[in-house]
Design a protein around this ligand. Structure first.
Ligand SMILES: O=P(O)(O)OC[C@H]1O[C@H](O[C@H]2O[C@H](CO)[C@@H](O)[C@H](O)[C@H]2O)[C@H](O)[C@@H](O)[C@@H]1O
Length: 245
């Protein structure tokens, strides 16, 4: 449990031991969770603060989000930090060069099933370039039905199912945050650094697991049960404070 996990050592003390690479989740980690994806409140100077953090870290910072990259960039305009969207499947270096292949979108049959389910029940369907999510945050009683539908469609069409905070999502197999961590860590300036992954949700555990396998560790945010993280921070505010944002 998060409340039994100690806070991490200070970032300055880690940097003294050797180069550190930071992998940062977005929703629930850098910004607070809101009722819908578009209602998040992003501090106006967050991009500038992330750029300053990048300078301090020798450019070894990557955002690793479940959101599509174009959506992430809407909330973080003119961001020049390494970033991965669609749960790590779509990756860009800081200057916009692609890392790896552009992933495939969902088959139409999957999109149609998810969208019809959401629209039929008054739920929000989030269109993504490489996935599709049904949000039930405002209707938690629909959770089991949404997860069951996601499982069925995933099995029928050979897709992977994610269940996150108030959502169920389908992606192509292999799209996970651990793969994004590994991909960045094979490249400069990340290579040989100690990876630290910070996140609040189930899908972040793949990133934390990869960080641990590569000699680093995970930091979980908030009170969710987490069996992979080594340390915990209480809130988005505590993450900002730890990062010196
Ligand atoms: O990996 P992340 O960057 O944390 O993205 C995870 C999902 O974040 C968004 O959904 C979550 O945040 C919404 C806004 O706070 C909230 O309304 C929703 O219930 C959360 O699940 C985003 O909409 C998803 O696409 C991401 O997968």
């Amino acid at each position: 449990m998060t409340d039994t996990l100690p806070p991490p050592p200070s970032l300055d003390s880690l940097i003294v031991e050797g180069p550190v690479a930071l992998f940062l989740d977005f929703d629930g980690t850098l910004v607070d969770i809101a009722a819908t994806p578009d209602e998040i409140e992003v501090p106006g100077d967050l991009v500038d603060r992330l750029h300053a953090l990048c300078e301090r870290m020798g450019q070894r910072v990557a955002l690793v989000s479940g959101r599509a990259l174009d959506d992430l960039e809407t909330h973080l305009p003119a961001l020049t930090v390494c970033r991965a969207g669609s749960h790590g499947a779509s990756r860009l270096f800081a200057d916009g060069r692609r890392l790896g292949k552009e992933p495939e979108g969902l088959p139409d049959a999957a999109v149609d099933r998810l969208r019809a389910f959401a629209e039929g029940r008054g739920l929000l369907y989030e269109t993504k370039a490489h996935g599709g999510a049904v949000h039930f945050r405002k209707h938690p009683e629909m959770r089991d039905e949404a997860v069951a539908l996601g499982r069925d469609v995933a099995a029928e069409l050979g897709l992977a199912l994610f269940t996150g905070k108030g959502l169920v999502e389908l992606v192509r197999p292999g799209a996970n945050k651990g793969e994004a961590v590994r991909a960045f860590m094979e490249n400069e300036p990340f290579r040989s650094a100690r990876p630290v992954f910070i996140g609040d949700d189930t899908t972040d555990e793949d990133g934390m697991d990869a960080a641990a396998q590569l000699g680093g560790f995970g930091i979980t945010v908030g009170e969710r049960e987490n069996h992979v993280a080594r340390y915990g921070l209480d809130s988005v505010g505590a993450v900002h404070h730890w990062l010196g944002l």
